[in-house]
Ligand binder design. Structure first.
Ligand SMILES: C[S@@+](CC[C@H](N)C(=O)[O-])C[C@H]1O[C@@H](n2cnc3c(N)ncnc32)[C@H](O)[C@@H]1O
Length: 236
């Protein structure tokens, strides 16, 4: 099986326990990071009427839920929420939780959506899993309308500089795989997480890749000692 297929099959396996493992392992802080991403993106776009928000690698659909909740709170009308993911197992859970959104089984690097179809594209904790990343970033650019906003939340590669960095590394490599393994019954999947972060990009490298495709960076913010980073970029 090729690398990309293996990754998707791993998410199929852990789909049912993904949400509970996520909340436990992030101590619920992913909720704060997601809300902040939606709020900041709406402020940057600054328009009350949105045709479409596409969440790529949507998994079990949580980010779509936060997009909807934040839009409602701000009085912003959104016609269509679309979730894209190659894992049918993850999408099955998303459909149960949010049956009113639209879903497409597809890879980020080959989106079956028309050009200039969306005002917002998001990908949260997903870009690290995309083997053909450059092609995926091209696709995000293509499907965004001019002035549209790309939102990425990701665990970027960290340089170990202080005690806190070492504590975080210990948690990610020793505690997280054990707890994730117990909750999901699949320890390999939670060993994959710290390894995939180690072989991913630093914040600066991801910014370079986004700018190379034509995005303009609007906002970059590291949360919780740099564990999770928010990137907001615009197609100008
Ligand atoms: C860690 S989960 C994140 C799910 C969700 N976005 C969230 O924030 O909870 C990663 C997701 O990326 C998806 N994925 C893996 N490879 C992908 C690819 N090439 N294109 C799009 N999605 C991909 C997986 O199926 C999985 O649902």
């Amino acid at each position: 099986m090729d690398k990309q297929k293996k990754i998707v099959s791993m998410f199929d396996d852990i789909a049912k326990s993904y949400d509970i493992a996520n909340r436990i392992l992030s101590f619920g802080s992913d909720i704060v990071w997601r809300k902040r991403a939606c709020e900041r993106a709406f402020e940057i776009y600054n328009n009350d009427s949105i045709e479409r928000i596409v969440d790529v690698a949507c998994g079990t659909g949580d980010m779509l839920g936060f997009w909807e909740q934040t839009a409602r709170k701000k009085g912003i009308g959104v016609d269509d929420f679309v979730g894209v993911d190659p894992s049918e197992g993850m999408l099955e859970v998303a459909k149960e939780k949010f049956p009113h959104f639209s879903y497409v089984v597809a890879f980020a690097q080959d989106l079956p959506l028309p050009s200039e179809a969306a005002e917002f594209v998001s990908i949260t904790y997903g870009i690290r899993n995309v083997v053909e990343r450059k092609e995926a970033i091209d696709e995000f650019y293509r499907i965004l309308k001019p002035g549209g906003v790309l939102v990425i939340l990701e665990f970027t590669k960290r340089r170990k500089q202080n005690l806190m960095d070492n504590i975080v590394e210990f948690y990610m490599k020793n505690i997280l795989p054990r707890v994730g393994g117990m909750v999901s019954g699949n320890k390999d999947a939670y060993e994959y997480l710290p390894n995939s972060i180690d072989s991913f990009l630093t914040t600066e490298q991801l910014i370079e890749e986004l700018e190379a495709v034509g995005f303009t960076m609007e906002y970059v913010k590291a949360f919780s000692f740099g564990i999770s980073t928010l990137f907001i970029a615009k197609k100008v």
